[in-house]
Every structure is written in C-alpha cells, then in structure tokens.
Design a protein around this ligand. Structure first.
Ligand SMILES: C[S@@+](CC[C@H](N)C(=O)[O-])C[C@H]1O[C@@H](n2cnc3c(N)ncnc32)[C@H](O)[C@@H]1O
Length: 336
C-alpha cells in the first residue's frame, strides 16, 4: 500500500486521513460551478454528510418508506454465508461505509462471528468513520480496522491490491454518480483490485418490470420529513462552512422521479425571489420563485444491464440476488 498520512489527531484512533492537499479549494470550485450553472443549479451530494447529515441519513434508513436499507439487509442476512464461501475474503474494503450496520451482517456470518482479519471502511464523514471504527474494534476484537477518511477518489489512490479482498459498495450509493463518474470510478477500481478479488454491489432497481414509481419516490420524501431535514441541512452546512446566508425557511424539499433518466432527483426549491451571498465564493446568487438547486441524483438500475456493463470492466457476475418483490439487487462479482 502507498504510505498513508497519519491521522490529524490521536483521537481518530485507527482512522487515517487520505484527503489530498487542496481538497477544500476544489470543493469551493465545485460549489461555484454548481451554483453558477445557468441550466440547472446543483450541489455535490457529498456535502450532505457533515455530523448532522450523517445522523439524519441513519434516521432516513429507519423510515417505513425507505425500503432500500431494509431490503438490502434482508438480502445480506439471507446470503452472507454464501458470499463468504464464494469470495473467501481476509480483507473487506467498503466504500461509503457510514455506520457499517449492514456490514456487521457479513462479519457475523464468519465462523465464530469474528469477522475478517482486516476491515477498511472508507467515508468522507470523518466523525462517522471514527465512531464506527471505535464501535467495531470493541465488537470484533480480533479484527484490524483501518478507516480511510476522504472521498472515494482519494481512497482509490491508496487502496491495497490484494487477491483475497472483498470490496463492498452498498446502499445503492453507486446511483449518486452520473454515468461518466460511474465509468471513471469503475476504471479506477478495476485497476486497483487484484485479480481474483471480489466486489459486492447493492443497487436499487428501476421501474422496469413494474416496480411502482411512487414507491421509489416516497423513499426520498418520507411522511415524517426526515429526508426533507437531511436535504435542508446542506444549506445549514453552506452557511456554517462557506459563509453563506441561506434562510432555510425560504426553501422547500422536493423529490421527483425522472422516468426518462430512471433517477430520483432531490431538489431544494426557492419559495420566492431571493438573493443569497456565499462569502467563500465572494458571490451573490439570485433565485426566482420555484428555481431549484439539485442536491442529489439517485439512479436506478437494471440488474441485467449492470452485469453486462461491468463485464466490460473485467468483472464477471458470480451471483445476483434479488428480493421477492424485485425491489433491489445484490451482485457478487469477481475481478478476472
Ligand atoms: C447513502 S449513504 C450509505 C451508507 C451505507 N453504506 C449504507 O448502505 O447505509 C452514503 C455514505 O457514503 C459517504 N459518502 C458520500 N459521498 C462520498 C464520497 N464522495 N466519498 C466518500 N464517501 C462518501 C457518506 O458519508 C455516507 O456514509
């Protein structure tokens, strides 16, 4: 493995920062591009995950409308032993690990419930990663945990190339990438993964095959308003970290299913005309009533098309599992 820089504080325990110099400057440039887009303003979804956002995401997963987490957990419960028998991993690497709650279902399927020898969670939310790493070290004393705090790209640059690794990308987080970002991610991942290693990918399925569109949409617009709070929290973060002056009461949460693109889009919609200053950008942004900022896309997939597409990146499908209602897919793939 390339050398990892030490953690920024001893309190981080077994979490190291892989953030490259200039990350904040690049983030500011991205925010400038997004808010300056004259066709559709947007913000990067990674901005959701400050401390509050990470907690709100966990709360979303407990909402009755949010079927992806429950369905993926049921698939993992049913097939964890088979995944381990097929992949035989000594090391599990996980992109966007969050609380690692579902990952424990895999750990507990090891003989004696001891987990793999090594676990490497990767997450942009350093505080979430730190809490998770501490909890896992206590729960699985024989397992070495080395968290990588940073974005997917930064982590990919230091990923160990091992044949006995299982890489996890769960929660349909893949759906947050645009198609070009998805292709770049897999190009880089395929180069970092040793031949014979495995990938376990969890993806939410599209409305192909009769999945009700409203069922998909409601997962992003729960009745309790937790997803709305998660969405609006991005503005609070812009105010705190980038010197913006968004008035949260002047914005509304909206989730729409774009059937042509087969994706959920989350927006923040301006309730009236307003001007917002972002001090870190030294710029004012004007919004008319109903103008929106797109904060997330969540693409939905066909399992057959995904396995075909991944073959072009050197991944062969080993098993594909879905739930009885056909809502969600779990794909085990082998790096050839
Ligand atoms: C949708 S949540 C999924 C969490 C968990 N895997 C699950 O299935 O419940 C996405 C996770 O990825 C992390 N994340 C989002 N964008 C990221 C990025 N660009 N680089 C690294 N981590 C990111 C977030 O902090 C969050 O923990």
């Amino acid at each position: 493995m390339d050398e990892l820089r030490p953690a920024t504080s001893a309190a981080l325990g077994r979490v190291v920062s892989v953030a490259r110099p200039g990350y904040q400057a690049r983030l500011i440039a991205t925010i400038r591009r997004g808010l300056g887009d004259t066709v559709q303003k947007w913000l990067p979804a990674a901005l959701f995950y400050d401390d509050t956002g990470s907690e709100l995401f966990e709360a979303i997963t407990r909402q009755p409308e949010y079927y992806p987490t429950r369905t993926e957990a049921a698939l993992l419960t049913a097939h964890a032993a088979e995944v381990l028998a097929l992949a035989r991993p000594h090391r599990i690497v996980e992109f966007g690990s969050g609380s690692s709650a579902k990952t424990r279902l895999l750990f507990d399927a090891y003989p004696d419930k001891l987990g793999p020898r090594h676990y490497m969670p990767i997450d942009i939310s350093e505080s979430m990663l730190r809490h998770t790493a501490d909890a896992l070290i206590t729960a699985y004393p024989g397992m070495s945990v080395q968290g990588l705090a940073g974005d997917y790209d930064e982590a990919l640059a230091v990923l160990p190339r091992a044949a006995d690794s299982l890489v996890l990308f769960l929660g349909s987080s893949l759906g947050n990438f645009r198609p070009d970002e998805q292709a770049t991610f897999f190009t880089r991942l395929t180069n970092r993964m040793g031949s014979g290693s495995h990938l376990l990918l969890g993806i939410d399925r599209s409305d192909h095959g009769g999945k009700p569109v409203e069922r998909i949409r409601r997962a992003y617009d729960d009745a309790a308003g937790v997803t709305a709070a998660f969405n609006l929290n991005m503005l609070r973060r812009l105010n705190r970290e980038f010197g913006a002056n968004f008035d949260l009461a002047a914005w509304a949460h909206r989730a729409v299913y774009n059937a042509a693109a087969r994706q959920i889009e989350m927006h923040l919609v301006s309730r009236g005309p307003q001007t917002v200053t972002v001090t870190a950008l030294s710029t004012d942004f004007r919004f008319r009533r109903d103008d929106s900022i797109r904060t997330e896309i969540s693409r939905k997939f066909s399992l057959a098309r995904m396995t075909d597409w991944l073959r072009t990146f050197g991944f062969a499908a080993v098993r594909v599992w879905t739930d009885p209602a056909g809502l969600y897919g779990l794909l085990l793939l082998r790096r050839e």
